[in-house]
Design a protein around this ligand. Structure first.
Ligand code: NAD
Ligand code: IPM
Ligand code: MN
Length: 349
């Protein structure tokens, strides 16, 4: 039997609550399948670790992670105690960059049993491909002068390699989807990065003559997500645009608490990291009311990446059956707690 060695980083806040729930679901689906199993190794890295050790993970943390097949992460951040740029750059973003997880795949589709807050959602089914290693999230810039003349500079670095990689990945996905790719741009307002982005999109699309394309400015695209999300198939977006668009994607599904994500090392040289779109939700942490579906659906993406699509379908079906039976957490308008949703999903498996 195939055994997958998974590094688990529950992280902070509700990450510590939703990760064990998702692991129970994944263990159960593996048992039902009979052909594979998981071996989970827990790493207590995050803000508590930082408060004790002065760093978010040990110095050899990245080397340690390289020994695992994949990484399963909850969420990072305790903004009241540790500044976000320290906690996130010390763990989440550090792992994404050092393990070259350059593609972030984030689906947004209407699940059965859920009502979108939109008036006319139809059956939207979108995959956002977010460039995950550079762009607006570049550690380049600085602060100069002081007082009234103080200036903060944040450079956005777009490489031809990184941009093209994200775009090609989006086109490849579209081949197996509905043959449509939309590029999220903002070349009317940004003078260097986005004109470059558009140019590369025009080049790359020539290699995919069977795929239809569209180009939308990110502001208009955000509005289209609300007015006509069913018009989209695959969307390719820069790091920041993709970040914002995918919280919106969660919201139009019903809650960001269900939105899944996969940080992929598409070369499979290092482990990929599976981590939902939402954060540590300090406002509801510790109450047992967080929605575990984002983390569980994220587990389904890990199953897919490992080649266990049938098991993945089972998980999504169990999620949909649970929602259709009315077992929902508060963020979806229900009254169930995390435990009740998890148990219903386990039963529906
Ligand atoms: P958030 O996603 O944590 O929360 C936004 C809102 O959504 C909150 O009202 C929260 O209660 C709700 N929510 C989120 N997930 C939910 C779930 N599973 N079930 C029910 N409700 C849910 O975003 P934020 O408040 O901007 O960030 C909180 C902390 O998390 C910050 O430190 C932030 O930097 C961090 N963060 C981490 C990640 C990550 O590690 N991947 C992602 C986003 C934010
Ligand atoms: C996400 C998060 C992170 C990001 C933050 C916490 C740095 O919002 O994974 O979507 O912006 O990438
Ligand atoms: Mn985000």
């Amino acid at each position: 039997m195939k055994t997958y060695k998974i590094a688990v980083i529950p992280g902070d806040g509700i990450g510590k609550e939703v990760v064990p729930a998702a692991i129970e679901v994944l263990d159960t689906v593996a048992k039902l399948d009979g052909g594979f199993q998981f071996e989970w190794t827990y790493f207590p890295w995050g803000c508590d670790y930082y408060l004790e050790h002065g760093e978010m993970m040990p110095e050899d943390g990245i080397e340690t992670l390289k020994k695992y097949d994949q990484i399963f992460l909850g969420a990072v951040g305790m903004p009241e105690l540790v500044p976000d740029h320290i906690s996130l750059w010390g763990l989440l973003i550090k792992i994404r960059r050092e393990l070259k997880q350059s593609i972030n795949v984030r689906p947004a589709k209407l699940l059965q049993g859920l009502q979108s807050p939109l008036r006319d959602p139809q059956n939207f089914d979108i995959t956002v491909v977010r460039e995950n290693s550079e762009g607006e999230y570049s550690d380049s810039g600085g602060r100069i002068h002081q007082g009234a003349n103080e200036i903060a500079i944040q450079n956005a670095i777009f490489t031809r390699k990184g941009t093209e990689r994200a775009m090609r990945y989006a086109f490849e996905l579209a081949k197996n989807s509905r043959q449509h790719v939309t590029s999220a741009t903002k070349s009317n307002g940004l003078t260097y990065s986005m004109p470059f982005w558009d140019e590369i999109f025009d080049e790359v699309k020539k290699d995919y003559p069977d795929i239809d394309t569209a180009v939308n400015h990110i502001d208009a695209l955000a509005a289209f997500f609300v007015m006509k999300p069913h018009a989209f198939d695959v969307i390719v977006a820069s790091n920041l645009f993709g970040d914002i668009l995918t919280d919106l994607g969660g919201a139009i599904m019903g809650s960001i608490g269900i939105a899944p994500a996969a940080n992929l090392n598409i070369e499979r040289e290092y482990p990929s990291m599976f981590e939902p779109v939402h954060g540590s939700a300090p406002d509801i942490a510790g109450q047992g009311v967080a929605n575990p579906i984002g983390q569980i659906w994220t587990g389904k993406m890990m199953l897919d990446f490992l080649g266990h699509q049938q098991a993945g379908i089972k998980v999504l079906n169990a999620i949909e059956a649970t929602l259709a039976s009315g077992v929902k957490t508060r963020d979806l308008g229900g009254t169930a707690n995390l435990e009740e949703v998890k148990n219903a999903i386990l039963k529906n498996l």
